[in-house]
Design a protein around this ligand. Sequence first.
Ligand code: XMP
Length: 508
Amino acid sequence: MQKIIILDFGSQTTQLIGRRVRELNTFCEIFPYNKFPDDDKDVIGVILSGSPLSVYQADAFHIDLNRIRGRFPILGICYGAQLISHSYGGKVENAGTREYGRQQLQNVDYTCPLFKGFDERSQVWMSHGDSITKLPRGAILAASTETVANAAYYIPESQPVFGTQFHPEVFHTLQGTLLLRNFVVDVCGSRQEWSPEKFVETTVAELREQIGRDRVILGLSGGVDSSVVAALLNRAIGSQLTCIFVDHGMLRKNEFNNVMHDYEGLGLNVIGVDASEKFLNDLEGVKEPEQKRKIIGRDFVEVFNAEAKKITDAKWLAQGTIYPDRIESLNITGKVIKSHHNVGGLPREMHLQLCEPIKWLFKDEVRRVGRSLGMPEHLIARHPFPGPGLAVRILGDITREKIRILQEADAIYINALREAGLYDEIWQAGAILLSEVRSVGVMGDERTYENPIALRAVTSSDAMTADWAHIPYEVLAKISNEIINKVKGVNRVCYDISSKPPSTIEWE
Ligand code: XMP
């Protein structure tokens, strides 16, 4: 299949470039800047991402562009454009012309293939300290801004090279999608064959081929990723799939029953295991977040293994690993900051092979695939939920009573977001019980001395960074009233207004 390669120089928007290319129904893969794939027979173009570094620094990320130039069309974005300049006789300097935020393009060369079809909506998104003060050899200037002369350029060769100082992948670049389309479709010749329907069709065929008559085990979490894997496998191999859904006792209110009901509705063969007693016993008195996580992780593997071993003829373990779990994202030192996890121990011990059918998809693509498989919308649009569940949203030790309080408050909160039509705009929301904090309140004529609930809601595209969601005051007021009036044990509600970084999405 045709693909675009995106080389990551450490920009926060690299994944966004990937998603934009996929939205053009074109497959793409992201690689660390220095790991261009050896197998490049299906590559139709290369995009060089931005970076927090300066190309002229000694420790900047450099590569030999001659390896790709002349073989594929290239688009350099921000640092990528500067790197091309720096490598081919241009100049990049910190010229005191820093730009951040919205800028207007001027003097656009509409004959440049990148700007084909552009209208006068010239707003672009800039984020740079360095500027290209001299274009690379053979380059033609294609656009400027008020402060920066070289905002875009191109080198017209049989495999052309383009550079934009601005970020076309960012929403605030009004015609960014058109620019990327011009590059991906017109310049690189994408046939735009990558679609959820196509993905389902080819994946189902591949799974049948790969698995044959073998039996497959899948751990379901109630989340969208594992559920979509289940639906795909169900379509491919039907009853050869056995799903295991473990209830550790710290799911949302009624979640276990609701999700089991959904799964049965999808025709899945699911074993539901209520292991809450074991988890809650093992967690008794434990306050430290990492220790909670370790206990839950260990217990989960034990419970899952015990069930999985009953399926003696299983040959495969399926997992809902998605693409962002696997991308080796870089930090400023060039060190990889994310690596791939899978279910501890099980494949090795049981000699199971791993089956990860959605490992190429971004989260929004997983959802589109789920829709094209006819899965119910509430299962597809569900917010991410952490594996350890409410354990990492109860600050302090965990008791059944605290779980009850948090489940009630959380259910009120989530229902209110749905009613206000905000649920789908928010990446993830949940309530947190500050069980070690107590504050004074007054209810009727009585003094109360109870716990606060914190509400968290964030917008994000991949959970790597997140902003707190700007929920209207009226909605917050309604939620606060309802929680304090209805949930015994809570007398105060706070809203978390921290972004990630420096805060995380979960409190523990
Ligand atoms: P943080 O809190 O690190 O969360 O900003 C990022 C995303 O990961 C989820 N999360 C977890 N998921 N096990 C999981 O399966 C965990 O231990 C865990 N901790 C955080 C979190 O809900 C958010 O979507």
